[in-house]
Design a protein around this ligand. Structure first.
Ligand SMILES: [Cu+2]
Length: 338
C-alpha cells in the first residue's frame, strides 16, 4: 500500500509542477536538450531535420564477482573451471543517423565497430589473451512523439536489430595453439538474432533543470545459428541535468538494468573450460550511474553541433554465477543536426 501512496504523491506533485510551468513546448534547443551521451533514442526531431552522430565508448572490467560478492581466479578454479578471465576491455565506435519525416515520427539507424580484448589465466598459471573485432549489429528504429506541451515530452521507440555482427569470432588459446577456436559468448560482436527494441522516454524541462526517464526492453527473437539466444535486457534509466549557460550543462544519471541468462548453448564451447563459456555465468542485475556534460553551439558556423561526455561506473552488481564485473566506462561523442 505504501508504494501506491508514494506513487499518488509523485503523480500529484508532477501535476502541480506541470501547472506551474507555462504552455511552452519542450525544446532540444539547449545543451541538455539531449540526454547524457550514453543514452540512445532520448530525443526526437522536427520535420525535415537530419542528425549525424559519432560516439565512442570504452569499457573496462578488472575484477570478478560471484553474485554480488568479490571473487578471484581461485574462486573460479575452486568451482572446477580450467581457465579464469582476469580482465576485459571493449572499445566501440558508433555511427548514427536520424531523420524526421514528420514532427511526430523520427527514424534512426545505428551501426558500430567493436573491438574486445580479454586477459585470462589457466589453473597452472599460464597467462594469455584473446581478441575480437568487427562491425556489430545494425539497429533501425522509429520514434513516435506522443506529446509535447507544458515543457514535457513523451515518445515511444520501436526498433529492430539486424544481426550483421559476427558470432563466429575465433582466437588462439594455450590449449588450441596453433589453431584458432570459437571464442566464448562475451567476446562475440553480434547477438546473432533479430532483436526488438522497445522504449518509452519522458522528458521534462525547467528553466535550468532538465529531467529524463527512459524505460527500455531489448527482446531477442528465436535462436541464432549457433543454437543460443542472448538474454533479454530491461532497463530504467533516469537523468537530471543542470544548464549552467546557453552552451553547457552537467548531468547525473542512475540506471537500473536487468539482463537475462543466455538460453541454449554454443556446441563448440566447453562450459567447464572457462567461466565465459558457461551460460550459467551470464546476465544479472546492475545499478549503474554516470556523470557528464553536454555542450551545444546555438549560432554561427558550427550551429547545432553538440559534444557530450560521460563517465559511468556501477553502484551495484549482482551477477549470475561468476563473471567479470564492470569497473567503469567512458562515453563521448559529437552530434550534428541540420
Ligand atoms: Cu538526434
Amino acid at each position: 500500500m505504501k508504494i501506491f501512496k508514494y506513487a499518488l504523491i509523485l503523480m500529484a506533485s508532477i501535476t502541480v509542477y506541470a501547472q506551474e510551468t507555462t504552455e511552452e513546448k519542450w525544446t532540444s534547443n539547449r545543451p541538455d536538450g539531449h540526454a547524457p551521451i550514453s543514452v540512445m533514442a532520448d530525443h526526437t526531431h522536427n520535420k525535415g531535420d537530419w542528425m549525424f552522430s559519432y560516439r565512442f565508448m570504452t569499457m573496462n572490467m578488472n575484477s570478478l564477482k560471484q553474485g554480488s560478492d568479490d571473487a578471484t581466479s581461485q574462486t573460479v578454479f575452486d568451482e572446477g573451471y580450467a581457465i579464469s578471465p582476469e580482465n576485459m576491455s571493449m572499445n566501440m565506435h558508433m555511427l548514427g543517423l536520424m531523420y524526421a519525416p514528420s514532427n511526430k515520427i523520427t527514424l534512426m539507424a545505428m551501426t558500430n565497430y567493436t573491438s574486445m580484448s580479454m586477459d585470462l589465466v589457466t589453473g597452472t598459471g599460464v597467462n594469455f589473451s584473446t581478441e575480437s573485432f568487427g562491425f556489430g549489429d545494425l539497429k533501425i528504429s522509429g520514434l513516435y512523439k506522443f506529446l509535447n506541451n507544458k515543457r514535457q515530452s513523451l515518445h515511444g521507440q520501436l526498433g529492430f536489430s539486424i544481426p550483421t555482427g559476427s558470432i563466429d569470432e575465433m582466437d588462439v588459446t594455450p590449449a588450441s595453439s596453433p589453431d584458432e577456436v570459437q571464442l566464448p559468448y562475451p567476446m562475440q560482436i553480434g547477438s546473432g538474432t533479430f532483436d526488438i527494441d522497445l522504449g518509452l522516454t519522458y522528458l521534462k524541462q525547467y528553466k535550468t533543470i532538465g529531467l529524463g526517464s527512459q524505460l527500455k526492453a531489448t527482446l531477442r527473437t528465436g535462436e541464432n545459428d549457433r543454437s543460443y539466444t542472448f538474454g533479454n535486457k530491461y532497463s530504467l534509466n533516469n537523468w537530471l541535468s543542470y544548464k549552467t549557460t546557453e552552451w553547457l550543462s552537467f548531468s547525473a544519471r542512475v540506471e537500473g538494468l536487468y539482463v537475462d541468462e543466455i538460453s541454449g548453448a554454443d556446441e563448440d564451447l566447453t562450459p567447464m573450460m572457462v567461466t565465459t563459456a558457461d551460460t550459467t555465468n551470464s546476465g544479472g542485475t546492475y545499478i549503474n550511474s554516470g556523470i557528464g556534460f553536454n555542450t551545444y553551439i546555438r549560432n554561427g558556423a558550427f550551429k547545432n553541433l553538440r559534444f557530450g561526455f560521460e563517465y559511468s561506473f556501477p553502484l551495484y552488481q549482482n551477477l549470475n554465477g561468476i563473471q567479470l564485473e564492470t569497473s567503469n566506462s567512458l562515453n563521448f561523442g559529437a552530434q550534428y543536426s541540420l
